[in-house]
Design a protein around this ligand. Structure first.
Ligand code: AMP
Length: 545
């Protein structure tokens, strides 16, 4: 008998190419909700069929062939940006489009389990900065979810690994190559703690890039069968079908060593033979990029925890099914990588994390014991099992640096007319959270009576000081004004603090007067008004799978 206030909490892996939603069953095992096609993963593709109806998943993916201009894929790559999409006179942000995918996943969970998917944790690549993380949270809110946490994908994968293998006191490197993003994260796992030591990655590198190489190769090979005056690229339908063929062929080449690929386009039919060796050589540089990032991660680890070695390498993300991945890691580093439920480990780990979060939330009001009792009753789990799950603390690192804008004092005439600026970072990628930093700055010209502070987050994989390498933060600016006329060089001390939830607090003090400015920002891409506007637009749509 299920009580009236029973609920489930969900973990959602909002992937670049595929997404999945999972919950923890009554015996404490994570289980994945199947979609309307009875599949465990749903393509993260959205088809805007008309002004009122949106389709998400495999039908949307297949609609690329017929309605390419009304289909959005790989939206995760645009999270944290101001990109916009127009359909039927309505404007959509990456947050609104992702919210439609989340809404469909939530509906799939409802359809099959009878309980509404409302409380959820959504995962993000470890390398997502705070802006992208907030965009993901906003997408969840727009989907009508109570987002109880945002968790890095490798942390979720490590949680699931720990829960299924009872690995204790190990240093694990998670190599996550998904559809559109790559990251590598070193995590220390013990009985009651999961601590991220360092992370690195490339948010524009993933299976889709492997697909693109094979797509090009197949197209070039097909051209040899086509009369010289015919361009198969003029056949839009052929191109769209080829994209799917390329991905399917890639997946098959993970199992077989060669594959004949039948192609038909521009009035011509032909068979092109592709071998795994050929495919691996076409994509060798992509794999090399991941190896380079692994090396960078190990160098960061050595700085942070000298002498620490890797005990276990976990492969997650669908693209790690390509045999070349494990082989290359073995050859380069002598590791014995393990494929760990690559498509579902993240969603399952997120479900475990979600359960821990609801207990912690409840415990803030009534203490841990009562919280465990309450949540156990509502989820059907034993108190003992729940306690084991909730006892696990996770500690993260700052994904990307934050800094303030300063005047470049190397530029000519900087004192009379500042022309060049740069960003000085106060807290850095891989600083353990909560992270703190300080900077001694100064007024720049005689008679200055105000000091402006503007906050930025690093945008690229490697922190750079150029303005273009940093993103301005919404609401991340303020002025200490009403100062007496100060001489140039009067000190201004700036302190920065980022807490576990990604709230950034900056305190700037003009030292001679003690005048202070405090800026507190929940890092976000869209303003409150923009979120409200987006909520209205997506609420008017029907979403189906
Ligand atoms: P994820 O974002 O983790 O769901 O990863 C999806 C990516 O994994 C897509 O690019 C898929 O094409 C790729 N993928 C899934 N299965 C395989 C496979 N058997 N071999 C190669 N790539 C695969």
């Amino acid at each position: 008998m299920v009580s009236d206030d029973a609920f489930r909490v969900y973990g959602i892996d909002l992937g670049t190419t595929y997404s999945a939603i999972a919950y923890v069953d009554e015996i404490g095992k994570p289980a994945v909700c199947r979609n309307t096609d009875s599949l465990e993963t749903t393509p993260s593709v959205v088809f805007f069929e008309n002004a009122d109806n949106v389709v998400v998943g495999s039908v949307a993916k297949n609609s690329v062939v017929t309605h390419g201009d009304r289909v959005v894929s790989l939206i995760k790559r645009q999270m944290g940006t101001k990109a916009t999409f127009e359909f039927d006179g309505k404007t959509y942000s990456p947050e609104s489009i992702s919210s439609l995918i989340l809404r469909q996943l939530a509906q799939d969970a409802v359809d099959l389990h009878g309980a509404p998917a409302t409380k959820a944790v959504i995962t993000v690549p470890a390398y997502f900065g705070m802006l992208e993380r907030d965009a993901t949270r906003t997408a969840g809110v727009l989907a009508g979810l109570d987002v109880i946490g945002i968790v890095p994908e490798p942390v979720a994968a490590a949680l699931h690994y720990e829960a299924t293998t009872s690995a204790s006191d190990k240093t694990i490197l998670v190599y996550d190559l998904g559809g559109g993003t790559f990251d590598t994260t070193v995590i220390s796992v013990s009985d009651n703690e999961i601590v991220v030591l360092c992370t690195d990655g490339d948010d524009h590198l993933g299976g889709a890039d492997w697909d693109a190489r094979l797509h090009r190769h197949l197209l070039d090979a097909f051209r040899e069968h086509v009369p010289p005056d015919v361009d198969p690229e003029d056949d839009e339908e052929f191109l769209q079908t080829l994209a799917k063929t390329a991905e399917d062929t890639k997946k098959q080449l993970s199992k077989v060593e060669s594959r004949p690929v039948p192609l038909r386009g521009a009035g011509v039919s032909a068979r092109v033979e592709v071998t795994r060796a050929e495919f691996e050589s076409l994509t060798e540089d992509l794999l090399a990029k991941t190896v380079e990032i692994v090396r960078r991660t190990l160098a960061t680890l050595e700085q942070k925890a000298p002498g620490r070695t890797i005990d276990e390498v976990l492969l997650v993300g669908g693209s790690t099914r390509m045999p070349a991945v494990a082989a290359r890691l073995r050859a380069e580093f002598g590791w014995d990588p393990k494929l760990h439920d690559p498509d579902l480990a993240v969603a399952k780990g997120a479900a475990l994390y979600a359960l821990g979060r609801v207990v912690h939330r409840e415990a803030e009001e009534k203490g841990v014991d009562a919280a465990v009792e309450t949540i156990a009753a509502k989820t059907g789990l034993s108190t003992q099992k729940l306690r084991t799950i909730a006892d696990k603390e996770t500690r993260n690192v700052l994904p990307k640096a934050f800094g303030v804008k300063l005047v470049d004092t190397e530029a000519p005439d900087w004192q009379s007319k500042p022309t060049r600026y740069y960003v000085e970072h106060l807290v850095h990628a891989n600083d353990s959270l909560p992270a703190e930093g300080e900077l001694s700055a100064a007024t720049i010209y005689d008679g200055q009576n105000a000091v402006e502070i503007e906050l930025y987050e690093q945008s690229g994989a490697v922190a750079g000081r150029e303005m273009g390498e940093n993103k301005h933060l919404n609401d991340g600016a303020g002025t200490i004004d009403g100062l007496p006329s100060l001489p140039a060089g009067s000190p201004v001390e700036i302190k920065m603090l980022v807490d576990n939830e990604g709230t950034l607090q900056v305190q700037a003090t003009e030292m001679s007067t003690g005048k202070e400015l405090v800026i507190k920002v929940r890092v976000s891409v869209l303003s409150t008004e923009e979120v409200e506007e987006a909520a209205k637009v997506v609420a008017g749509l029907t979403v189906s799978g």
